[in-house]
Design a protein around this ligand. Structure first.
Ligand code: BES
Ligand code: MN
Ligand code: ZN
Length: 510
């Protein structure tokens, strides 16, 4: 795993707190806990913790923070931070990950050079799961919303991290190393989603994804417009017509020696490097946000990197179609009919429903590459944001067992998703007078009809579609997550490659 060498490792120690080599020790603190809950800690701070709890300056509410100096000269750490963990009964891996990210951001803001995070016994989670989540959280705190300001001060430096564990051992160290990789791959996807559209053209996006994946050992092919044409990807080519930037299709392959022929996990991600809406142009207000319309594609590329670095035991293929959606003189127009690689024809009603077009061809291609189980990730519909807001992705697909499996893996990885129905009656909304289907189905259930459109290109395979339109970008900073790209779905996609797929009974609608 030579590639993980470029990441500074996170240390682990089971030493007593007094002996931990750090400038700042961050300790999760449960609501209603007494100062004596951690033996020796209160005394080392000259009873500051007891005082703070007494006066309610700090009470352990989730993500509340309290920093105090260590007065006991026999202690190595100079400062203690308490971070509120909320009620002990609700504690679990997801909160552990967020607490660690909060701790990391706190340490960075205070310009600490060595920060230790204490893993307190989590009620629900195993020590190994907690350790991985802590490493993910600390690593996520390393992300800088890159700035092109020429006069800005440098972002706060990244401290050396230590995780203080109840019991050290190789399993804990492996979990920490795994969390480190998953956090770093999430940050790489965030970095790409943050890049302005003029810098991250489809070719540049493809080059960066290829680099991230291939240096980890993933097989990568970048298809150019000639190869795309040969494959007959008329939907992707249709969207690309409005732009002077040529489209690309990224193809990733993880083929570990000795892996079984089946299953083959197929990951597909939307890679619109900027979405103006095309001829059905978007309003100017807020259009700048559409630079992150490739967040699903970045998630796939960065998950492929994690899958290779962590040596997933199964075969995985990834497909990311990349293009701009622009209203150039040769752009597709409402009423135009396009022929997909699968042969189905599509009447374009609204050129702003471009994501489903490029994904239709990409889903078809993932099957041609041998995928047996599909997952696609896309900033697909504003309607999904209306339905589920900014904290939950929509998940759609068939059959129910596969969708539920992806959802559950996501919940453990920290990507919250909620299932939406795909009843066959919704298909009526896509009926076209002139072609096999239309690319929009009106205002009603618009995130569902988008998924129904994709389903037309999926055939009989188990398939889950994750709509991250609301979750790819953070508008309101949280203690554990700054404003900007979230890196959603990277860890879910990577972790999927380490799970046993469920037996799928039938391919009915859900
Ligand atoms: N990229 C957008 C979806 C989107 C909207 C992402 C808001 C993030 C925030 C997508 O290409 C789009 O424009 N969808 C249209 C579809 C409509 C024309 C049927 C939408 O949701 O409005
Ligand atoms: Mn659009
Ligand atoms: Zn879009």
């Amino acid at each position: 795993m030579a590639q993980t060498m470029t990441l500074t490792p996170i240390d682990s120690t089971a030493a007593p707190l007094a002996a931990v080599d750090a400038d700042l020790v961050v300790m999760p603190w449960f609501e209603a806990e007494r100062a004596s809950a951690v033996p020796g800690l209160d005394a080392a701070t000259g009873a500051e913790i007891a005082r703070a709890l007494e006066t309610n300056e700090f009470s352990g509410k989730r993500f509340e923070q309290f920093v105090t100096t260590v007065t006991d000269s026999g202690w190595r750490p100079r400062r203690i931070a308490l971070v509120g963990a909320g009620p002990a009964a609700q504690f679990g891996t997801e909160i552990m990950r967020k607490l660690a990210a909060t701790a990391g951001l706190l340490g960075r803001q205070r310009r600490m050079s060595r920060v230790a995070f204490v893993l307190r016994a989590a009620n629900a989670a195993s020590p190994v799961e907690s350790a991985q989540a802590a490493a993910e959280g600390l690593t996520l705190s390393e992300f800088n919303v890159g700035s092109y300001k020429t006069s800005d001060p440098l972002p706060p430096p990244v401290p050396a991290w230590t995780v203080v564990v109840p019991q050290a051992g190789p399993a804990i160290d492996a979990a920490i190393a795994r969390g480190r990789v998953l956090g770093d791959c999430s940050n790489r996807a965030r970095q790409m989603a943050n890049e302005p559209g003029n810098r991250l053209t489809p070719c540049e996006f493809a080059a960066r994804c290829a680099q991230a994946a291939s240096e980890a050992g993933v097989g990568v092919d970048i298809l150019d417009e000639r190869q795309i044409e040969k494959l007959g990807m008329g939907l992707l080519l249709g969207v690309a017509r409005g732009s002077s930037e040529p489209p690309r299709v990224m193809v990733f392959r993880h083929e570990p020696p000795g892996a079984p022929a089946s299953p083959v996990l197929g990951l597909v991600g939307k890679g619109i490097t900027f979405d103006t809406g095309g001829i059905s142009i978007k309003p100017a207000d807020g259009m700048e946000k559409m630079k992150d319309d490739m967040a699903g594609g970045a998630a796939v590329a960065c998950a492929m990197r994690a899958i290779a670095l962590l040596e997933a035991p199964i075969r995985v293929v990834g497909v990311v179609p990349a293009t701009e959606n622009m209203p150039g003189g040769r752009a597709i127009k409402p009423g135009d009919v396009l022929t997909s690689a699968s042969g189905k024809t599509v009447e374009v009603i609204n050129t702003d429903a471009e994501g489903r077009l490029i994904l239709g061809d990409a889903l078809w291609y993932a099957q041609r590459l041998g995928a047996t189980h599909l997952v696609d990730v896309a900033t697909l519909t504003g309607a999904c944001v209306v339905a589920l807001g900014k904290i939950t992705s929509g998940i759609f697909g068939t059959p129910g067992e596969w969708v539920e499996h992806v959802r559950a893996v996501g919940a453990r990885a920290g990507d919250r998703m909620w299932p939406m129905p795909l009843h066959e009656e919704y298909r009526d909304q896509l009926k076209s007078e002139i072609a096999d289907l239309m690319n929009t189905g009106g205002r009603a259930a618009a995130s569902i009809t988008a998924a129904i459109f994709l389903k037309e290109f999926v055939g009989a395979l188990p398939w889950a579609h994750i709509d991250i339109a609301g979750t790819a970008w953070v508008d309101e900073a949280q203690p554990f997550l700054p404003k900007g790209p979230s890196g959603v779905a990277v860890r879910t996609l990577a972790e999927l490659a380490f799970t046993a797929f469920p037996q799928v009974s039938s391919l009915k609608s859900v």
